[in-house]
Design a protein around this ligand. Structure first.
Ligand code: M6R
Length: 337
């Protein structure tokens, strides 16, 4: 049941705080997480293998690890044949459903290469978890909307726990994640409803820097997927190297966490080309009227910034008369090549 919500997607966005709470409490007490972190700490390289939204969540993990002395390589599952693993390498397979064919095929190939397999799925004894040496579970609860929403933030939480275990960090900072999510959903929904009427252009850019880049990528995927708006995400610095040529009067550009001074320069640059600037941020930039501020601790920013991106895609979809729960040409689980 949709529990009083118009769509599963909206219900599941609102369920994110609970999903993440469950993820955190189960993963923090899971012995398999300790085992997985031991294997990753001793790995030669870690291939983080996933598709779609799960791939974007995986980019957080590769970033955290690459900032330490470990080597992590993000692999789009269907591109597995471009890589060769060897004994001593580890695959971290991420799949909400645990049934995505591209991920299954990648696991098979990397296992043949000699790698060991760790998976994080949301479905107990899913095919991917059965094919793994160490099985971890998000326990975000069932997700019925085609768009991954609560499971994205739950994956991010799982990966934060895993990286904290790998890097021997204290995990108490995660306790605030559910509240940050709840505040972000509540405090941005009205504004995202209003912004959705301003996305009246055939294309949108999502720009960010650092940890915000995977969020920008995920925001762009969501609006393409459920609202059929052409969207692309770039590290803001990269936008100067080609993408800016497309920007003309009224072109919407959504900046994800542009608090950094470097991003302010990119904002000014886009503005001077006539772009319609939006900012989803933890700090005020005062560079546009279309600004939403979310509250967060520094390490938990993905939880504050994700809900508005998901809600914006949802409301653009609904405004256009699309059913966000059943976008055309898509299935919840992709079991074909
Ligand atoms: O079940 P999985 O996490 O393996 O699914 C991967 C993608 O198919 C999935 O994330 C897809 O991109 C979503 N529909 C995005 O909302």
């Amino acid at each position: 049941s949709k529990g009083g919500y118009s769509h599963f997607m909206l219900k599941e966005i609102h369920e994110s705080p609970l999903a993440v709470k469950e993820t955190i409490s189960t993963m923090l007490s899971d012995e398999a997480v300790v085992e997985a972190s031991r294997i990753i700490s001793n790995a030669n390289r870690v291939f983080v293998v996933a598709a779609g939204t799960s791939y974007h969540a995986g980019l957080f993990f590769t970033r955290y690890l690459n900032l330490s002395s470990l080597t992590a390589i993000p692999v789009i599952a269907s591109e597995y044949s471009s890589y060769k693993a060897k004994s001593g390498d580890v695959v971290l397979a991420l799949s909400q459903s645990g049934e995505t064919l591209d991920v299954k095929m990648a696991i098979k190939k990397f296992r043949n290469d000699g790698a060991s397999i760790i998976s994080i799925t949301n479905v107990i004894e899913s095919t991917i978890s059965r094919e793994s040496d160490v099985k971890l579970y998000m326990r975000a609860g069932p997700e019925l909307g085609v768009a991954a929403t609560k499971t994205f933030v739950s994956q991010v939480a799982s990966l934060m726990i895993l990286k904290s275990r790998v890097l021997n960090e204290d995990t108490s900072y995660l306790a605030k994640a559910p509240q940050i999510l709840e505040d972000a959903v509540e405090e941005t929904e009205g504004k995202m409803k209003r912004w959705s009427t301003l996305i009246d252009f055939p294309s949108v850019y999502y720009l960010s820097k650092g940890i915000g880049v995977p969020l920008a990528m995920e925001g762009a995927l969501k609006i393409k997927e459920v609202a059929y708006v052409h969207a692309e995400a770039y590290p803001a610095g990269e936008s100067k190297h080609g993408p800016i040529a497309l920007v003309s009067e009224g072109f919407p550009v959504i900046f994800v966490n542009p608090g950094l001074d470097e991003l302010k320069v990119n904002m000014e640059e886009m503005k001077s080309r006539g772009a319609k600037i939006f900012s989803i941020s933890t700090v005020n930039t005062n560079l546009t009227d279309n600004e939403v501020i979310v509250k967060s601790e520094r390490d938990l920013e993905p939880f504050a910034l994700s809900p508005p991106l998901q809600l914006l895609a949802f409301y653009v979809s609904v405004n256009k008369g699309i059913d966000p729960d059943r976008p055309r040409n898509l299935a919840k689980t992709v079991t074909v090549e």
